[in-house]
Design a protein around this ligand. Structure first.
Ligand code: MN
Length: 291
């Protein structure tokens, strides 16, 4: 067995586009790309890089829209977002917090900058990740996990300054409180220049590394700010070394090897299920938001 996982591709930052009027994002990866086999169980990742928003009394974000068949995981890296969904889930997440929404059988929701944040204005940075559900859980009851910064364990490495925040799964003997349907690890690593981080993952799992800030090395491969490193499934370890002060997002998970039919806000296994999703949404079976 190969010990060290190898980077098979580095994807450079893509052009930004607006999602609603509140999120100016780069789509870092998507299930619709040729790399999809190396991305599963993750489906999509949008990064709203740090951007200053002046104070406003307007509601910035995305209005009512549906989802079915997967989970949306929103990480507030800086700033505050508010969310409401038709299953009664909702709340506000602030810097360092995460909202983990299981759309399952279907919800309608909206996503906005919080009123407090919008009124004060400030720097805003956010990541939204879509996590697939295995076929047997696609129609699970919707669920909403609201996790504050203080809920996540932070492991400080031996050098005393490098920090690993465990957003999902475990790092050594420290576990995230986030509940997941399949085996997933998500870490946010923060370290000064020349920090060394050794990661251990199961053989056969997919791993992705997004350099949010700074730059780093994996072996002799260099990741600049905004770059995504996609790893081969073989191997069990990764040695990461920062070249500058860095913030890095690491995603690892057991691939879900099932057919994928996705369109817009729905991710199912067959075309028929996709049609059902559209019909159920149009007929109001995914609920609506209370005014
Ligand atoms: Mn959404």
């Amino acid at each position: 067995m190969v010990q060290e996982k190898q980077i098979i591709k580095i994807v450079l930052p893509r052009e930004k586009h607006w999602v609603g009027d509140g999120f100016y994002v780069s789509s870092i990866f998507s299930m619709h790309s040729e790399d999809n086999k190396h991305i599963s169980p993750f489906l999509l990742l949008d990064h709203a890089a740090p951007k200053f928003f002046p104070p406003t009394d307007q509601k910035l974000g995305v209005g009512e829209h549906p989802h079915r068949g997967f989970e949306t995981v929103t990480m507030a890296i800086k700033g505050e977002v508010e969310h409401r969904d038709s299953s009664g889930g909702g709340g506000k997440i602030s810097t360092g917090g995460v909202q983990w929404m299981t759309a399952g059988s279907g919800v309608v929701h909206d996503e906005f900058h919080s009123r407090d944040f919008a009124e004060k204005g400030g720097e805003f940075e956010m990541v939204q990740l879509w996590v697939n559900l295995p076929a047997k859980h696609k129609m699970t009851k919707p669920r909403y996990q609201s996790l504050d910064k203080k809920d996540f364990p932070i492991v400080r490495l031996q050098d005393g300054t490098t920090k690993v925040k465990i957003i999902a799964g475990n790092f050594g003997s420290s576990f995230s409180p986030a509940e997941t349907f399949t085996k997933i690890n998500i870490y946010e690593v923060e370290g000064h220049q020349n920090s060394e981080v050794k990661l251990n993952f199961d053989d056969g799992t997919n791993t992705l590394i997004l350099q949010l800030a700074g730059s780093s090395f994996i072996g002799d491969q260099h990741l600049d700010k905004g770059d995504l490193g996609i790893f081969d499934r073989n191997g069990v370890s990764i040695n990461l070394k920062t070249a500058e002060d860095s913030k890095i997002l690491i995603l690892n998970g057991e691939p879900i090897e099932e057919p994928l039919e996705a369109y817009g806000p729905f991710v199912m296994n067959t075309r028929e299920e996709l049609m059902d999703a559209f019909r159920d949404f149009q007929e109001g079976n995914m609920g609506s938001l209370a005014e």
